[in-house]
Design a protein around this ligand. Structure first.
Ligand code: SF4
Length: 331
């Protein structure tokens, strides 16, 4: 049994122009201790899918169908009171933008110790303080700085504080939503190294959301690529983002175009190639493949028939009519 099993999840946002179907039938599983990356353009449903797991969606969003099973329990069936037993203690979140997520008038030490005290009644204040100091040291911040305020830290250090907070109650799954966006390249590398070492040390499973494919390729065991609320391709990182004899191994045209839109420092220098057009308006009914208007290898049926996710091997899946002939449907 997987630690997390998201099945056929659908999430919609209510708006004045009608419902926006941001996540439309997405499935994803994560094993204990596994590092899974979630990629795709802005607005493809990555964050909505991830925030549906701990039920931290905005007020105008609702899960319309599907299930989110964590360690055998269907979280989507739980009410707000029951969900509190899972947030922080089982599943925690590293939000993007640490400056906005931290309380500017509270010391970082008290912000890390607070969830420990609130969510674990067996822990004394002294024990919570000890754990807070241990976490600060684990993320590379000297514990003597526990009494400092967020504005006294750099952006990278604040992100480390956010990671320490996420680990405060020893969760089994951490959802990291663009944890390195807006940081310089050196700090990005340090934060990624930190997440990997903490994952190994605490046997954490991690869902890492990023639009930066190089970060996901470098850090994740498995990756999933979303497009317009659907899963386009998922598989081991080396199968989805790797190359063989100079050819990319990605099988979905969208993943292939995403990879061409990123510079590769291991290859000769070429102009990066953007993807013309923009994703579809998800408040309108969708027909056929959602990538069809931007796909330069589209087939006749692509405009009318939505492709199913098919198995390319036992761990690599993609949803594209080009693959129908040599694969078997899985959904
Ligand atoms: Fe392109 Fe058709 Fe494949 Fe969609 S199903 S990615 S339009 S070839």
């Amino acid at each position: 049994m997987s630690l997390l099993d998201v099945r056929d999840l659908r999430v919609s946002y209510g708006s004045a122009d009608g419902d926006v179907h941001a996540v439309d039938g997405v499935s994803l599983s994560i094993e204990a201790g596994e590092f899974v990356g979630l990629a795709g353009e802005s607005g493809c449903g990555k964050t909505t899918m991830a925030m549906a797991i701990p039920q931290l969606l905005p007020r105008n969003a609702r899960i319309t169908s599907g299930s989110v099973t964590f360690d055998g329990v269907d979280l989507s069936a739980l009410d707000e009171h029951a969900m509190r037993a899972y947030r922080w203690k089982e599943i925690s979140v590293v939000f993007q933008g640490a400056l906005n997520a931290l309380n500017p008038v509270q010391t970082i030490g008290s912000q890390i110790a607070e969830p420990i005290r609130v969510h674990d009644s067996s822990v004394t204040s002294a024990q919570a303080d000890d754990r807070m100091r241990e976490l600060l040291e684990a993320v590379g911040i000297p514990s003597r700085r526990a009494h400092d305020f967020p504005h006294q830290f750099s952006g990278g250090m604040r992100q480390r504080v956010m990671i320490a907070m996420a680990l405060a109650c020893r969760p089994r799954l951490v959802i990291a939503d663009e944890p390195i966006t807006a940081l310089d390249v050196m700090t990005q590398a340090q934060i990624i190294d930190l997440l990997q070492s903490l994952s190994d040390r605490y046997n954490l499973a991690m869902l890492l959301i990023s639009h930066d494919l190089s970060v996901l390729a470098q850090t994740c065991d498995r990756v999933a690529v979303m497009y317009a609320g659907k899963m386009a391709e998922t598989g081991p990182s080396q199968d989805v983002f790797g190359e063989s004899s100079g050819q990319v191994l990605a099988r979905h045209p969208y993943t292939q175009r995403l990879l061409r839109a990123y510079p590769n420092i291991h290859r000769e220098r070429v102009f990066i190639d953007g993807i013309p057009g923009s994703p579809p308006d998800l408040s309108k009914p969708q027909k056929g493949c959602r990538f069809q208007p931007r796909c330069d290898v589209a087939l006749t049926q692509c405009a009318n028939v939505a492709p199913e996710l098919v198995a390319l091997n036992d761990r690599h899946f993609a949803a594209c009519h080009l693959l129908d002939a040599d694969s078997s449907g899985v959904q």
